[in-house]
Design a protein around this ligand. Structure first.
Ligand SMILES: [Zn+2]
Length: 108
């Protein structure tokens, strides 16, 4: 069994934004995990029911947002957005903040 399979899911979401690379791979202390298709705990700030949602798509963040809602820096082409069932997550490398959004709100 590879390290990746052992992790299984993000427990407690102790990931830093910078630990998630441009391919949606989470580099954790326990190994690497591709977040696509995994369930992730959704921030309470944007949660609409379910505590965990599946990552259904990984796209370029600048298809959705042109700049970081936390530090106002423009996203470069390596910035990604994790699209979940209702929530969206941008691991913003510019300021190492997880930017959560729903369809209407963006919060850092
Ligand atoms: Zn930023």
């Amino acid at each position: 069994m590879s390290k990746e399979e052992k992790i299984g899911s993000i427990v407690g979401l102790c990931a830093d934004a910078r630990d998630i690379d441009k391919n949606g791979i989470w580099h954790s202390p326990y190994g690497k995990m591709n977040l696509l298709g995994k369930k992730m705990p959704v921030s309470k700030k944007v949660r609409r029911g379910k505590e965990e949602e599946e990552v259904i798509m990984i796209a370029q963040a600048n298809n959705y947002f042109h700049y970081c809602a936390n530090c106002n820096k423009d996203f470069d082409d390596d910035a990604i957005i994790l699209v979940m069932e209702t929530a969206r997550l941008v691991p913003a490398h510019c300021c190492n903040v997880m930017l959560w959004s729903s369809e209407t709100d963006v919060v850092a």
